[in-house]
Ligand binder design. Structure first.
Ligand SMILES: [Zn+2]
Length: 322
């Protein structure tokens, strides 16, 4: 059960993921909520528009299929435009096998079969990617990349894996979308397994890009030999230690170095600063450090990323092995 993100959270999540977002007409209150629920979300559905200049159509819909026809329209340029918030007429119904694979984040997405008993519109976010859908019109790299970022933003917000993302053609045999070559007219066909791989790769990166705001003032480096911490050990510890009993450790040597730096930054109380456990207090302190670096939202989740950790090391005298 996932409660939908608020409209403003939706915008922010997309922007944090590097998507160029615009808002269209009254999208924040434009929905089909009077026709059914949109309160328990389980996944993300990728579509192509099967047309061109489809922005207004995605908002208004058509005779027999009122809009919004998705939540976001994605232009060839990669520009994402919000057209609906709430229930939208994009997915239709799904058979249980396809829906359950998405909902349970199965690593395989079976060919949809059986009666279409699930109300897909109740449980999914949808994007319409501008493309003729004739198998020849290609998705420019910028557009494809924006689609990956769009799906990643939603997954990141909800803590979903890339296996929460399906193509419309994986939800029902009634549809063929998304279809068409990617990157160039002779590029590879839009492949949902590849798309999920691209989303998964994005979800791993996070705070590896340079911080969006001005960096913290560098201080003079320590003269003595610097300790080295291992980024993957720290990520593992930050994910595991909070679930262990108080003070439980997995990579104490690396964690102690970071704890000392967080204490020196005034972000971690002395009582927790040398136990070598990346517990919830240390996660909270690291989140404050990420925020100090200019990260926001899900990019500041308290799990060390390469850029923020290197910045902390540069300031507090340790090196990072990544
Ligand atoms: Zn579709």
């Amino acid at each position: 059960m996932a409660t939908p993100m608020a409209a403003s959270q939706f915008i922010k999540a997309l922007e944090d993921e590097g998507v160029d977002v615009r808002e269209y007409r009254s999208w924040r209150t434009h929905n089909r909520n009077h026709k059914g629920p949109w309160s328990d979300l389980n996944g993300v559905v990728i579509h192509h528009t099967a047309g061109s200049n489809s922005l207004a159509l995605c908002y208004d819909g058509m005779v027999g299929l009122p809009g919004p026809l998705c939540h976001t329209h994605l232009a060839k340029s990669g520009l994402a435009t919000m057209v609906g918030y709430g229930r939208a007429n994009h997915a239709g119904s799904f058979p249980a096998n396809a829906f359950n694979a998405m909902k349970s984040e199965s690593s395989t997405h079976p060919r949809p079969s059986g009666p279409e008993t699930v109300d897909g519109n109740a449980h999914t976010y949808g994007i319409e990617i501008e493309n003729l859908g004739n198998g020849k019109d290609f998705y420019p790299t910028k557009q494809y990349d924006a689609a990956v970022r769009w799906a990643s933003a939603i997954c990141r917000f909800h803590g979903w894996t890339a296996d929460s993302v399906i193509g419309h053609k994986e939800g029902t045999t009634r549809k063929i979308d998304p279809k068409g070559p990617v990157g160039a007219a002779d590029g590879p066909q839009f492949d949902m397994d590849q798309f999920r791989k691209d989303v998964a790769a994005r979800l791993k990166t996070k705070d590896e890009a340079p911080a969006p705001t001005k960096p913290a003032t560098p201080s003079k480096p320590a003269t003595s030999a610097k300790p080295t911490v291992d980024l993957s050990n720290l990520i593992a510890a930050a994910r595991r230690d909070p679930g262990l009993k108080q003070g439980g450790t997995t990579h104490a040597a690396d964690v102690k170095v970071v704890e000392a730096a967080l204490k020196a930054e005034g972000l971690l109380a002395a009582a927790y600063a040398s136990d070598g456990s990346f517990g919830s207090s240390t996660v909270a302190a690291y989140r404050k450090w990420q925020q100090k670096c200019g990260y926001t939202g899900s990019a500041a989740d308290g799990i060390p990323g390469k850029a923020s950790l290197e910045k902390l090391g540069a300031k507090r005298g340790f090196k990072v092995r990544a």
